[in-house]
Write a protein that binds this ligand. Structure first.
Ligand code: CP
Ligand code: NVA
Length: 310
């Protein structure tokens, strides 16, 4: 019913609500099969190429292990070592890789590059993070929330911090899935205006709300989920000092989480900077589910790969 065979996985906004729900259900089923020790070689004989132009711990390991568990194989391709690093075009790279592989995952800077790769490739392309979005992380986050809360419908996510790739993907998914989202960023660090507009339109269709403000207390009020991410993302290292000043009042800490629901859950895509965007007390506290999220990268990505590559 929900054939995603051959589709790219570039942005959550490209998918219907039912398709996202299907992927979450499939992730939960593949997780069950793996825990039960059941063989699930859905991608036997298939190979995924993984291009990395930025660092990674979770994405690299979970994609590689995921392909292995699905009966396939994954190749780690460093952007510096590929000819792309010496100027070979994205088009030629996409065409060539399509002759060997069954799918490509790419982590890079400009989102445009991923779109171009997908255009040039005859096989599915998965966005493993760009400066604009991080859909694999957001999908596993929705899986995690669903597992913990038993529903997604009508829950409120508060995102405190930088208007970056992470919040873009969370917004796109939340709006499609009927979740409410309140975002608080410092002035000048808001999420992309076009993405805000588009997600607000999608939210209106599912009867949910996406609100952007500058007051962390307002955003966090009655939140079921509190989410934050680093203040300086990969590629923004030179802005670390000025960002620490701009974000000083945006730390998720004991004083702030008091405004959320009592049974709030704390989430972070990781890697985290304790003492910056989040206090040690919150990220290492009893309501933090950061490692359940990290684990679900494996299961959610297996669902994506199985759906688009089999
Ligand atoms: N959350 C995430 O994508 O982690 P990595 O950068 O370690 O892949
Ligand atoms: N916003 C962070 C997410 C890392 C997984 C970054 O882009 O560096």
């Amino acid at each position: 019913a929900h054939s995603l065979k051959g589709r790219d996985f570039l942005m959550l906004v490209d998918f219907k609500k039912e398709e996202l729900q299907y992927l979450i259900d499939l992730a939960i089923e593949l997780k069950r099969q793996q825990k039960a020790g059941e063989t699930h070689h859905i991608l036997k004989g298939k190979t995924l190429g993984m291009i990395f132009e930025k660092s990674s711990t979770r994405t690299r390991v979970s994609f590689e292990v995921g392909m292995y568990q699905l009966g396939g194989h994954a190749l780690f391709l460093s952007g510096n070592d590929l000819q792309i690093g010496r100027g070979e075009t994205i088009w030629d790279t996409a065409q060539t890789l399509s002759r060997y592989l069954d799918g490509i995952m790419i982590r890079t800077f400009a989102h445009r590059k991923v779109v171009e790769l997908a255009r040039g490739a005859t096989i599915p392309v998965v966005n493993g993070l760009t400066d604009l979005s991080h859909p694999c992380q957001a999908l596993c986050d929705f899986q995690t929330i669903y597992e913990k809360k038993g529903t997604l419908d009508g829950l409120k996510i508060a995102y405190i911090g930088d208007g970056n790739n992470m919040v873009h993907s969370l917004m796109m998914g939340a709006a499609k899935l009927g979740m409410n989202m309140s975002i608080a960023t410092p002035e000048g660090y808001e999420p992309d205006a076009d993405i805000v507009r588009q997600t607000q339109d999608n939210a209106a269709e599912t009867g949910s709300r996406v609100v952007v403000c500058h007051d962390p207390k307002e955003a966090i009020a009655d939140a079921d989920i509190i989410y934050t991410d680093v203040w300086a993302s990969m590629g923004q290292e030179a802005e670390q000092k000025e960002r620490e000043i701009a974000f000083a009042n945006y730390q998720v800490n004991d004083a702030l989480v008091k405004y959320a629901k009592k049974d709030y859950l704390f989430m972070h895509c990781l890697p985290a900077h304790r003492g910056e965007e989040v206090s040690e007390s919150v990220i290492d506290g009893a309501q933090s589910i950061i490692f359940d999220q990290a684990e679900n990268r494996l299961h959610a990505q297996k669902a994506i790969l199985a759906a688009i590559m089999s």
